[in-house]
Design a protein around this ligand. Sequence first.
Ligand code: HEM
Length: 463
Amino acid sequence: PTPLSADARPGVPVVDISATGPGRAPIQQVMDLMREHGPVLVRRLHGRDTLFVADLDLVTELADDRRFAKHIGPALENVRAFAADGLFTAYNDEPNWAKAHDVLMPAFALGSMRTYHPVMLQVARRLVGAWDRAARSGRPVDVPDDMTRMTLDTIGLAGFGYDFGSFTRDEPHPFVASMVRCLEWSMTRLARVPGQDHSAADAAFRGDADYLAQVVDEVIAARTAGAESGGTGGDDLLGLMLTARHPADGTTLDAANIRNQVITFLIAGHETTSGAMSFALYYLAKHPTALQLVQREVDELWGDAADPEPTYEDVGRLTFTRQVLNEALRLWPTAAAFSRHALEDTVLGGRIPLRAGQGVTVLAPMLHREPVWGDNPELFDPARFTQEAEAARPVHAFKPFGTGERACIGRQFALHEATMLLAMLVHRYRLHDHADYRLTVKETLTLKPDGFTLTLTPRTPAD
Ligand code: HEM
């Protein structure tokens, strides 16, 4: 659709960033622009306009699935170069979206988390093993790296029965580095100055994308070989992808689509959860009162057991730990932006005309700092997520998982995994902010605290 001219959007500031470009931290740049210009603005880059919105009333309108739907904006168009019609990047009207959504939904019903729980616990214990060794030697742990090891192994094993073995490697699995470079390519490609030569970057990207596809083919081959030698298809994600028939037409997903789904789930299923746990640990390391409240909660459940056996039900009882995670996702929603488009020509908020198909990007970190969050939105305060506080707040004030029918399918998976791990770590270790860490947020489409390390000592319940 032809973008409307700035004049057609009275009162919406247009900020041209062509002189500096979006840099390495485009999300934080728009956050700063909004701090200066308010929660609705047009960012102009080399003549291309993006409308960013964080205003709660406007986001509430955009969440109305009768008027708006998910938009595959330029960033996700780039991700399509390696995830194609996987669930995350499929167009709404691409038949494979509805088909895969229907086939895979049962794997994410709340009850399914009971099935994943033992695998999540098994991988959490790998992390604990690694952190015990670091504690004994006094060596700092690299928090985001280890969280990424843990979430990659979890989605690999729980979703696909495939073991990335991340804790037996000195460096994270090469899948991670390739994936991060693909995501970075998707992000930095948006900042390109027209007319420059980017063939080297594009060739490097192709190499990484091919490597991701190769890993995925191994994951699938490992399963199909197992099935031939008498193993079952399984009812995990890969089992459903390979065998479940769509109720409407009786067909299964095709091979190309399965590959796209596996890439999608390996990426979407670990990168954002890892960042969320890293931010939560950062805030706990900086906020002794919140840390004490988590300690009290886990001690009530597990006392001074040296190796507690968290049950599925325990995770549901970790309400304060869950509040900490939500509050970390409020301040730094690790998938920070999602886009919507109008189904018909319309006027947003009674003042911003939009053509059918025209994209609007919701900037969650600034939505999460709107006035509805009170006078001090920068303050980390898990009490914002008590049941009463949540019930008193408009539903669309908190959107770390997107909205509507294209919202995150893995939300319960992420929350179960992350809540259990945080609780286990707080129960077991004292966290030392040995480097007096100053938060710098690294952007690779998703957000992470860059270079965040902790040292650990074992905790006795008396601490
Ligand atoms: C979609 C965030 C964890 C799989 C989304 C969207 C967001 C999001 C914002 C919507 C994107 C859009 O509207 O364009 C997060 C966060 C997570 C997380 C913050 C962790 C804290 C997971 C996990 C999985 C997963 C663990 C898989 C196991 C997906 C998929 C979609 C999606 C497949 C696309 C759904 C569709 O369009 O049908 N996620 N996610 N995510 N997420 Fe997550």
